[in-house]
Design a protein around this ligand. Structure first.
Ligand code: GDP
Ligand code: ADP
Ligand code: 5GP
Length: 206
């Protein structure tokens, strides 16, 4: 029997670096996939529909809610964001690990439905640095950046609800720390027992 994959929930204030960290993790880990959320926010320059997000209208989003298609959804800033239930369940049942990059409201809903998930919160080293990163990313208007900065504290206030807390100061250090969480989970006794069942039987029958 294939072992079920692990669901990872990652939250952070906008601009803390979660998308960059997850992208770097995915580049060297073939067992993990990231969920592509649905969103009603406008597409940014450089983003691809279906890859970064599924960009939909408010009407389509509401119809999907009615159909029960979302594992979780929430209003974030002035838009709606949601995670496809079917896609996540399919990946996990195939033994793939899945990452959700979602806000604290979504994280609360996922924890209720999937208590075995692993949750991580990523902090920026300071508020000044957070603004610098949002500005440096060059994808949002000043008005959007100001709005995201004003919401940052509301997101950060929820950090205690997560199992792991990472500070994304030096990028490579934060990436190594993120990888360590994935490695530790995969080394848990019950997972290793299943993965190495034949070897363990062999060892013990010597
Ligand atoms: P970013 O924070 O700069 O990457 O900006 P985004 O516009 O990509 O994301 C905005 C917010 O929406 C973030 O706080 C995400 O965590 C959250 N978000 C993205 N996708 C989802 C989702 O599927 N569900 C929920 N609940 N939140 C999401
Ligand atoms: P989020 O997905 O949390 O909104 P991003 O991954 O888009 O954040 O990162 C925001 C900006 O900060 C990007 O321009 C990214 O290149 C930059 N960034 C991410 N991590 C670091 C870091 N450790 N040091 C400096 N800049 C960073
Ligand atoms: P952005 O619009 O900058 O890509 O994302 C803004 C915020 O929305 C991020 O902090 C991100 O975590 C959150 N977000 C993105 N997708 C989802 C989602 O599917 N569900 C929830 N709850 N939040 C999401």
């Amino acid at each position: 029997m294939t072992q079920l994959g692990t669901l990872y929930v990652i939250s952070a204030p906008s601009g803390a670096g979660k998308t960059s960290l997850v992208k770097a993790l995915l580049a060297q880990d073939t067992q993990v996939r990231v969920s592509v959320s649905h969103t009603t926010r406008p597409i940014r320059p450089g983003e691809t529909d279906g890859k970064d997000y599924n960009f939909v209208t408010m009407e389509t989003f509401d119809a999907e809610i009615q159909k029960g298609q979302f594992l979780e959804y929430a209003n974030v800033f002035t838009n709606k964001y949601g995670t496809s239930r079917i896609w996540v369940e399919e990946q996990l049942s195939q033994g793939m690990d899945v990452i959700l990059e979602i806000d604290w409201q979504g994280a609360q809903q996922v924890r209720q439905q999937m208590p075995d998930c692993v949750s991580l919160f990523i902090l920026p080293p300071s508020i000044t640095e957070l603004r610098k990163r949002l500005t440096g990313r060059g994808t949002d208007s000043e008005e959007t950046i100001n709005h995201r900065m004003s919401e940052a504290l509301n997101e950060i206030r929820h950090y205690r609800e997560y199992q792991y807390l990472l500070v994304n100061d030096n990028f490579d250090t934060a990436l190594q720390e993120l990888q360590s969480v994935f490695t530790a989970r995969r080394l848990e006794l019950r997972r290793q027992q299943q993965k190495h069942a034949a070897m363990l039987t062999g060892l013990l029958s010597e």
